[in-house]
Design a binder for this molecule. Structure first.
Ligand SMILES: Cc1cc2nc3c(=O)[nH]c(=O)nc-3n(C[C@H](O)[C@H](O)[C@H](O)COP(=O)(O)O)c2cc1C
Length: 198
């Protein structure tokens, strides 16, 4: 099958785009509001896009609390959800007002970051401490605009020492949870290795 995305007449039950661009890592973004209220939400239009400097991005469908807090305070933490955090990660995606502490809502504890003020999710296998860089409006050729992309420089990285073996991160042991299409997720607990050609 083929369809053009201007008309988007795919004839399927749902737009298949998110079921094709898979698996998407989940940036579980913690922020503080200007009033100091803790906010937490998962974003799967998320990725690392550079290692020099270290940069991550996520895309927000409308100016949600995470985007607003980051633009107003200049800081965020990107937490990673392993298998053990999957339910809380999902719980933190509930649509609630900016006055609700989403750590409490999801039954999570925070712990301090080193270089930024927003808290980290206690128990998450890894965390990236980030400083806001810029927001990019994601506008179509003919001016449609729903999403903004938020870029942040990673200034500090925490890795739970339980997941470092022999000088390497043991990704499979972290059991990272990633997003597929529809309501589906994948969990990585098996790897294969392939060396690049010279
Ligand atoms: C696994 C998962 C991934 C999500 N990815 C995105 C995303 O990439 N962009 C987005 O705008 N919303 C995404 N959402 C929905 C947001 O998490 C949800 O709208 C949330 O309430 C936003 O919270 P905030 O207003 O505190 O930022 C996702 C939800 C889940 C469960």
């Amino acid at each position: 099958m083929f369809y053009d995305t201007e008309n988007n007449q795919h004839g399927l039950r749902h737009d298949p785009f998110k079921a094709l661009v898979v698996p998407r890592p989940i940036g579980w973004i913690s922020t503080l509001s200007q009033n100091g209220i803790r906010n937490l939400a998962p974003y799967s239009f998320f990725n690392g896009v550079s290692t020099d400097p270290h940069i991550v991005m996520f895309a927000s469908a409308g100016r949600k609390d995470s985007q607003r807090n980051i633009e107003e305070t200049g800081e965020f933490v990107c937490n990673f959800a392993g298998w053990d955090q999957r339910e809380q990660m999902n719980a933190s995606s509930a649509t609630v007002g900016p006055d609700i502490d989403e750590f409490l809502l999801a039954g999570l504890e925070g712990e301090p970051a080193q270089l930024v003020r927003p808290p980290r999710v206690k128990g998450a296998p890894a965390h990236l401490e980030c400083i806001y860089m810029q927001t990019v409006e994601l506008r179509s050729r003919n001016g449609r605009h729903s999403y903004d992309m938020i870029l942040g420089e990673v200034v500090g990285i925490h890795i739970d020492d339980r997941f470092i073996h022999d000088g390497m991160v043991d990704t499979a042991a972290m059991k990272p949870v990633s997003r597929l299409g529809y309501h589906d997720y994948a969990m990585v607990d098996e790897l294969f290795t392939m060396k690049r050609p010279r």
